[in-house]
Design a protein around this ligand. Structure first.
Ligand code: FNR
Length: 380
């Protein structure tokens, strides 16, 4: 009812209600380099676009006379009862999307207000302990880019445990940055990376590796970081990764069913199907197309999914294809850039409202009702 009554009383939203409008406004509001960093992807961005288009190839079949007056969007994820199946995908350097530079904290506060959990990136402007303090009752997850220095990796994970994070997401597809023409054109990386190393600069193990504290010699600290940042993990590292934590361990970037089976056998708690929003490798399959095989291979393990979700209806389709929880990426970064914490809450509320209404109108009152049977291929 909010939809028509607000109009009746002349109340208009300050921010766009749809992704296309949000994207347009964000481009106008953000600096060229920040825009290129957030909106850009790998190569000519074909995979990035395909991620979004893949959702057009599925349609939900409405069911009538179901009486879906009340909907149940709750989901059990690693024993945590969540009010909805959405989560905030890790976005490194998200801090800079907020006017005051503290977008990590704003994101965590938006998570607290909406119950949508944040997966906090290793690459943050504010240290993970400060981010975790903003979560309220909403659980948070820590995303690890695994450094070559194993003692440092353990330190980051132990700090996340001590700070109250409820799971560790290890991202596998970004031990080296992909070919990103937009960022190469704007000369972005050196400009951005110094701003996202709070977790390293505050880390006792990292500090012990420096001759001079980062406060006195930030350039050398950044250089040291570049030497230890990316680590191309192999299957041989999986036992070690598992030994880092007793928290749920989730591997991000899995698309091939054989990889999912191996991860499962190695004792991970969840798999995260994603192609990094098409930022890492161009020329790949849309992430949504890989989801059904990942779900089948996961054989009951929770499957997190992201890449290309732009609406509540998109989230419903990913859930119907078997995702346990669905990650939002760029849309929340745009909300943050346009309206800070309020902007993010706005974006999350619009996504949740649309998901809820799609479930109502199409007659799928709970997530358990959203199965592949709810979907058909679109032929146009
Ligand atoms: C990301 N992503 C990402 N993933 C990760 O594991 N650690 C990170 O630090 C980042 N950083 C990052 C920065 C920016 C600007 C973006 C847009 C994305 C990938 C992210 O978690 C997610 O996989 C994608 O955002 C999903 O694609 P869409 O839906 O945003 O297009």
């Amino acid at each position: 009812n909010e939809i028509y009554f607000n109009g009746l009383f002349g109340r208009l939203p300050e921010l766009p209600m749809d992704f296309a409008g949000l994207e347009r406004r964000a481009e106008a509001a953000m600096s060229a380099s920040l825009w290129s960093y957030v909106a850009g992807g790998a190569g000519d961005e074909r995979t990035q676009r395909a991620n979004v288009r893949a959702f057009d190839q599925w349609g939900l079949v409405p069911r009538m006379l179901v009486g879906a007056k009340a909907r149940n969007l709750t989901v059990d994820l690693f024993g945590l009862e969540l009010p909805s199946p959405l989560f905030l995908a890790p976005v490194g350097v998200i801090g800079l999307c907020a006017q005051d530079g503290h977008g990590d904290l704003a994101t965590a506060r938006a998570a607290a207000r909406t119950g949508v959990p944040m997966v906090a990136s290793t690459l943050s402007v504010d240290p993970l302990e400060d981010v975790a303090k903003q979560f309220g009752d909403t659980p948070g997850f820590f995303q690890l880019y695994t450094p070559t220095d194993r003692e440092l990796a353990q330190s980051l994970v132990s700090r996340a445990e001590a700070a109250g994070f409820r799971g560790i997401v290890v991202t596998l597809d970004t031990w080296v940055t992909g070919w990103r023409p937009r960022d190469l054109s704007t000369g972005n990386f050196p400009q951005l990376r110094g701003h996202c190393l709070a977790n390293y600069f505050t880390d006792p193990v990292f500090r012990s590796r420096l001759a001079t504290p980062p406060e006195q010699d930030p350039s050398s600290a950044v250089l040291t970081w570049t030497q230890i940042f990316g680590n191309p993990l192999t299957w041989a590292d999986l036992d070690w990764l598992r030994s880092l934590t007793s928290l749920p361990l989730i591997l991000k970037g899995l698309s091939h069913p054989e990889d999912v089976r191996r991860a499962r056998d190695a004792g991970v708690d969840g798999v995260y199907c994603s192609n990094h929003g098409g930022r890492q490798a161009n020329g790949g399959l849309p992430a949504l197309d890989t989801l059904p095989e990942v779900v089948a291979a996961a054989d009951g393990l929770p499957v997190l999914f992201d890449s290309g979700v732009r609406s509540g209806a998109d989230a419903a389709k990913a859930l119907a294809l078997g995702a346990t929880a669905v990650g939002i990426g760029r849309p929340y970064a745009y909300g943050l850039a346009l309206g800070g914490e309020e902007g993010m809450v706005h974006v999350l509320r619009t996504l949740l409202a649309e998901l809820d209404l799609v479930m109502a109108v199409d007659g799928y009152p709970s997530l358990a009702d959203l199965t592949p049977e709810a979907l058909r291929r679109v032929h146009v």
